[in-house]
Design a protein around this ligand. Sequence first.
Ligand code: GDP
Length: 541
Amino acid sequence: MTPAQEIARRRTFAIISHPDAGKTTLTEKFLLYGNAVHLAGSVTARKNQRATTSDWMALEKQRGISVSSTVLQFDYEGHAVNLLDTPGHKDFSEDTYRVLTAVDAALMVIDSAKGIEPQTRKLFEVCRRRGVPIFTFMNKCDRPTLDPLALLDELESVLGLEPVAVTWPLGNGPSFKGVYDIRQKHVHLFERTPGGAFRAPEKVSDLSDESLREVLDPDAYAAAVEQLEMLDGAGHQFDLAAVHAGQQTPVFFGSAVNNFGVELLLQGFLTDSIPPTPRRSVAMHSPGLPAPTEARELPVTHEKFSGFVFKIQANMDPKHRDRIAFLRVCTGKFQRDMVVTHQRTGKNVRLSSSHKLFGQERETVDEAWPGDVIGLVGHDAFGIGDTLTEDRTIAFDEIPRFAPEVFAWLTNPTPADAKKYRSGLEQLLLEGVMQSFEVRFSPPGATLLAAVGPLQFEVVQARLENEYNAKSRLAPAPFEHLRWIEPHPSLDSPETLLMPGGVHLGTDKFDHPVVLFPNDWTMDYFTEKNPDLKLHAQPIE
Ligand code: GDP
């Protein structure tokens, strides 16, 4: 296969959803169809034992939530699929946002009884900002659902996406017997199997097939025919360019737990989704180069290898206690043992320990192509956002930073362990596990940590203890908001600023000024009384 063919067959995506909509179940079913597991793990069992391929950290097991992002790779009908699993819990949304920088498309799973829920909406916004194509799966059609036409309307009215139905549910709740493939004009009838552990047997026929009337409840049949007529008259026309531009969303109906409509979804998604998309290299002056380079879009077929780190995962294997940097390949061919430049430090590194990951299993990767995600083990210098490349003129700046929403002071309670504590904390901050800020008037020896969700703090404490054998103490810090401030002369003489009690100035790790507020009121007051200061919810680059 030529490099262009290798790239064209790749599909790299994530599933986004509100917790409990069925993301894990759907992931398992995809693996089943991709022959990655022979028997999809029963989700009921998982809920009790919390032990599937995509659950691994001790913290996850204790809490029964997904902390880490797994990468699952499988082949299906000629496509090489990279499915990036994302933490479902909202406290880990920063991790999820970062994972979404590494995908080319997203699959949005919606509980058809509930419609669009808050977390779906938030994640959707992150995808929309990046313009990635979004496909929609209306799950749980085996339970009473909202009106399917209303579900489509909601995509348009709430998310501003043009929905185009690709499959349609036949029946609703107990009468749900299959789906209609609108483009092929085929009826797919499914048989329920216990626990949906195997591929659901299906029968394909035409909507006018007489035998359908025997299988389908007459009311359900009439409703589906009527809805399909309405769609035919008033629905949007499928437009692949609009799908790829993130304006239109192809919509599939089904039931993940029963395997109904799952294979049609997988096929439709892989066919119409996009292969790896070009990334931008930013303007920069690498110390090893005679002249600065301009910002430019890099074609995926650029021959030299490049990629960026979007996630660091530690402790995946408690026996080894190592960390893995997940890299998204953007251009060129990755080959094990190749020597690349680590752009942030300018150093050359040999990538000898590269892995494909499948839950807790690791398999050595010898080569990878644009779109693939690989895990690199044993490089403590790699941090989130770093570029690795064979071409020194390439640097990516793909990872956004987000305004933190929770704040805490971290201190070391055991003075004898000061060294372990310091080096551990430095390493975790370098990795980008969370943000920290310098604040004037901070308690002695305390570091101000800031995160999108409080569980991120627990991850830091658990990692300090497990990997560095350093205990830490966490205390809430009295802030609710943080804003970056554009440089301004009055920041040099803060006493001239009108600052309500509890408001503090500080700096981020790049020495950019920030201001911290204990509540909404003080933020509004500060903004009103200091109109010359420009505040931003995102870092100023
Ligand atoms: P996640 O939190 O989005 O990963 O959701 P899970 O995959 O863990 O599913 C949440 C719950 O919904 C579990 O109890 C699943 O068994 C159930 N579930 C998933 N898909 C379906 C479905 O198609 N129909 C029904 N009735 N339940 C489902």
